[in-house]
Design a protein around this ligand. Structure first.
Ligand SMILES: Cc1ncc(C[n+]2csc(CCOP(=O)(O)OP(=O)(O)O)c2C)c(N)n1
Ligand code: SF4
Ligand SMILES: [Mg+2]
Length: 302
């Protein structure tokens, strides 16, 4: 585990020159994940922004073995690779990372992921949570926050953005028995250490990394890290780990801010009324208190 940024590998296994939008949180997270894993790594990538912007034929950003399957089957492909490496006696020498977007994880790839984790396959699955199906034009997913305007949950007269809160995917994965961690691209050291821990875990690991998307969330592309920090300070995106059913909060905000200070930075929330902001504040406070209680009482979740 690295204690300071100085310990992070300077080797770049995810090459620059790809086609991500400027300020893309996904590109940063992919780069850091490979720094954590090192060169003896295979990546399985579900269809998503990351897959599309990193491999415009005949170019690639990947300096390690990388495979793209379909949108919904990344965990099934990784299961096959895990079994094949075990059969060849090469499993110990190879890190297996699976990369999926939130749509490919919370929704369409859920069946393959649930099956693979239930079987105890050995891989570290990273969900790049940019909170919508960005690659195909900002459609809402199970990870999209309540009230966010997307092209399929528009803010208009009939509805005011998405009508449901985010699916508790990290808890669902913890119930499957996986090592679970949440991360935020504004805190790269914490993210890198969690990826290392997930790879070292003897079984399935699930890491959900919050990756701001300037294009889909409607903010200027120099604000990605700042928005990540506001998400953390407002408790919209808490950082925690769940190991063997026990939850530990990784880091608590020193100066908690109201959710409004986070919501007002992004065009996807600009239609929200005071009443709706209050609803998000109450939900965020409730979820944060639940995490504090779980940690304090050392309640075994599953
Ligand atoms: C079976 C199937 N349905 C739909 C698509 C079209 N498609 C490709 S990527 C994508 C959205 C991906 O969203 P997400 O997983 O959140 O990744 P992001 O692009 O946001 O990084 C969709 C709908 C597809 N490739 N295959
Ligand atoms: S749409 Fe968002 S996630 Fe996709 S490349 Fe652009 S900034 Fe990154
Ligand atoms: Mg997405």
């Amino acid at each position: 585990m690295e204690k300071t940024i100085a310990g992070i590998s300077t080797e770049e296994l995810f090459a620059s020159g790809h086609r991500a939008c400027a300020g893309c949180g996904v590109a940063l997270a992919a780069r850091h994940a490979l720094k954590a894993a090192g060169k003896n790594t295979i990546v399985v990538n579900a269809t998503s922004c990351l897959e599309v912007f990193s491999t415009p034929y005949p170019e690639t950003s990947w300096k390690i073995p990388w495979i793209h399957g379909a949108f919904e089957n990344a965990a099934a492909i990784a299961s096959g690779i895990d079994r094949a490496l075990k059969t060849l006696g090469k499993r110990k020498d190879t890190n297996l990372l699976v990369f999926g977007g939130d749509g490919g994880t919370f929704d369409i790839g859920f069946q393959a992921l649930s099956g693979a984790v239930e079987r105890g396959q050995n891989f570290c699955y990273i969900c790049f949570d940019n909170a919508a199906y960005m690659n195909t034009g900002i459609q809402r997913s199970g990870a999209t926050p309540k009230y966010a305007s997307t092209t399929t949950s528009p803010a208009g007269k009939l509805i005011h953005g998405k009508t449901e809160f985010k699916k508790p995917m990290s808890f669902i994965m913890a119930a499957h028995g996986a090592y679970v961690a949440t991360a935020n691209i504004a805190f790269p050291l914490d993210f890198i250490n969690k990826v290392k821990k997930g790879l070292a875990f003897n079984g399935p690991a699930y890491i959900e990394v919050y990756v701001p998307c300037p294009t889909g969330w409607k903010f200027l592309n120099n604000a990605t890290i700042e928005i990540g920090k506001l998400a953390f300070q407002s408790n919209i995106v808490p950082l925690y780990e769940i190991e063997k059913g026990i939850l530990t909060i990784s880091k608590k905000p020193a100066n908690k801010i109201p959710v409004k200070d986070y919501l007002k930075t992004q065009g996807r929330f600009k239609h929200m009324t005071e009443e709706e902001i209050k609803d998000v504040q109450a939900h965020t406070d409730d979820q944060w208190q639940r995490l504090l209680d779980l940690e304090k009482n050392k309640t075994r979740l599953f």
